[in-house]
Write a protein that binds this ligand. Structure first.
Ligand SMILES: NC(=O)c1ccc[n+]([C@@H]2O[C@H](COP(=O)([O-])OP(=O)(O)OC[C@H]3O[C@@H](n4cnc5c(N)ncnc54)[C@H](O)[C@@H]3O)[C@@H](O)[C@H]2O)c1
Ligand SMILES: O=C(O)C1=N[C@H](C(=O)O)CCC1
Length: 226
């Protein structure tokens, strides 16, 4: 049985992840964490998210070290916010729990800190800005087109729900990173006023509204001479 702990348990993703864990025969939710001071601390997580009683009480971030020591999960899944995740990962890794990190919005320093924590504690980790299979295939398509359509201008547009806390999305930044590692480009985050497009620019544009789950568009614009 794979024992799983989830941080961000009552968030949009956390709830879905817990439902998915409960549907697996070889997985068991052993702990769920929310931010310090959460009003539902101590309540049954299953009851909170409409799954019926699971026998796992909601814990808060300040209890994480003790709860991980008691419940000994095999995997710690984090879908929270960047600042919280850095700290959560430290506590989980020091308890030798393997990691799945889906949180986005990290600074370069935070990414470095997370990688150092993982290395120092010698735990396994899967980190992805987007776990959707289709999006991972899309990454490969973008890489191919960036190499193939050498003199086309590239622009990235993403749209997400109004609740999203980081912009641009982790996925848009990953797409930008893929383009950058295949072409000498400079990223421009939005445009306003006098800003004629330079040849090597890639614009990254974030839209927010409603309950949009997540759309990513990459435009390759040629000038019709090819
Ligand atoms: N990698 C992917 O495939 C993927 C997909 C969707 C979302 N995300 C990312 O996952 C993260 C969460 O997204 P969401 O839509 O579920 O957000 P959300 O705001 O609905 O949920 C985040 C939850 O984390 C909780 N939280 C805050 N601090 C915490 C702490 N210290 N310990 C435990 N819990 C804490 C919040 O109270 C909240 O309930 C975001 O960074 C988002 O970009 C990644
Ligand atoms: O809903 C979100 O938040 C999402 N975040 C990820 C990102 O920032 O790329 C993945 C898509 C959904």
């Amino acid at each position: 049985m794979i024992k799983v702990a989830v941080a961000g348990a009552l968030g949009r993703m956390g709830r879905e992840i817990i439902k998915a864990i409960c549907e697996q025969e070889d997985m068991k939710l052993v702990a769920g964490f929310e931010r310090k001071g959460h009003e539902d601390r101590g309540k049954d997580i299953g009851e909170l998210i409409g799954l019926g009683t699971l026998g796992v009480k909601l814990s808060t971030a300040d209890e994480m070290d003790n709860v991980l020591k008691e419940t000994k999960p095999d995997v710690f899944v984090d879908f929270t916010i960047a600042d919280a995740c850095v700290n959560n990962v430290k506590i989980a890794a020091e308890n030798k729990v393997n990691l799945v990190i889906g949180t986005t919005g990290f600074t370069e320093e935070q990414k470095k800190e997370i990688l150092e924590t993982i290395e120092k504690n010698n735990v396994a980790a899967v980190i992805s800005e987007n776990f959707a299979i289709g999006v991972n295939i899309f990454f490969k398509v973008v890489e191919f087109l960036t190499k193939y359509l050498k003199d086309y201008d590239i622009e990235i547009i993403e749209m997400h729900h109004r609740y999203k806390k980081d912009a641009p999305s982790g996925t848009a930044l990953k797409i930008a990173e893929i383009i950058k590692s295949n072409r000498d480009v400079e990223l421009v985050f939005g445009r306003y006023g006098k800003c004629e497009r330079k040849e090597n620019e890639v614009g990254v544009h974030a839209l927010r509204g409603g309950d949009v789950v997540g759309d990513h568009i990459v435009i390759f614009a040629g000038d019709g001479r090819g």
